[in-house]
Design a protein around this ligand. Structure first.
Ligand code: DX5
Ligand code: ZN
Length: 224
């Protein structure tokens, strides 16, 4: 049976109370903390770096999933690994040498993965599947929280699921952008197993109520 994981994105958290926010969301049932890094170059927004990752690390035991929306990529990888990242993903268009960057992430002791924008083809995976621990499908264009889910992402999730199953490898399939209680089931049905949600969780009063409701949708999916 599929193990489903919910990964709240701290992009929508209260940054003035970040330690408390991540503790609360993990106590509410989060499996992973999703950490969005934006550089005002690869994407038109500027967020947080390794110092913030290091600051939240002692507050939670769950994996920290660092989503790099930066260009260039490589220089930041050792810094995030030292800061306590468990998973590091990057956009293939942002690295000149995808194979090298994936290897660099693994050499620094983290799980490695590629992220696909809505308009980006999956063929970047063709020759590197053996270095991939996670595939992240964007269901919004990266740069901002609170955008609407792009339904075409479901087709790409299904295509990525087929690639993973054909490879026979243990690779996580994550979806990021506009995930809510009412569409998480469709994403799971398409083949995703890990669900990033920012505004749907941190934007709300009761994190546990949202995460529980998401799990109900996932359980229904699993039972079908
Ligand atoms: C977008 C980020 C997402 C975003 C998700 O560039 O990668 O992780 O924070 O936020 P919501 O769930 O609000 O779309
Ligand atoms: Zn993200």
């Amino acid at each position: 049976m599929t193990t489903y994981r919910i990964a709240p994105s701290i992009l929508s958290a209260d940054f003035a109370r970040l330690g408390e926010e991540v503790r609360t969301v993990v106590a509410s049932g989060a499996d992973i903390i999703h950490f969005d890094v934006m550089d005002n170059h690869y994407v038109p927004n500027l967020t947080i770096g390794p110092l913030v990752c290091q600051a939240i690390r002692p507050h939670v035991q769950v994996p920290i999933d660092v989503h790099l929306m930066v260009k260039p990529v490589d220089r930041l990888i050792p810094d995030f690994a030292k800061a306590g990242a468990d998973i590091i993903t990057f956009h293939p268009e942002a690295s000149e040498h995808i194979d090298r960057t994936l290897q660099l992430i693994r050499d620094n002791g983290c799980k490695a993965g590629l992220v696909f924008n809505p308009g980006s083809p999956l063929h970047f995976l063709d020759h590197v599947m053996d270095k991939i621990d996670i595939i992240l499908i964007m269901s919004v264009n990266p740069g901002f929280g609170g955008q609407s889910f792009i339904p075409q992402a479901l087709t790409k999730i299904a295509a990525a699921r087929r690639l993973i199953d054909d490879s026979g490898r243990d690779i996580m399939l994550e979806v990021d952008g506009g995930i809510k209680i009412d569409n998480i089931g469709a994403a799971a049905r398409a083949g995703a197993d890990t669900f990033v949600a920012g505004s749907a969780i941190f934007g709300q009063k009761d994190y546990k109520a949202v995460i529980d409701a998401m799990r109900v949708q996932l359980a229904q999916q699993a039972a079908q």
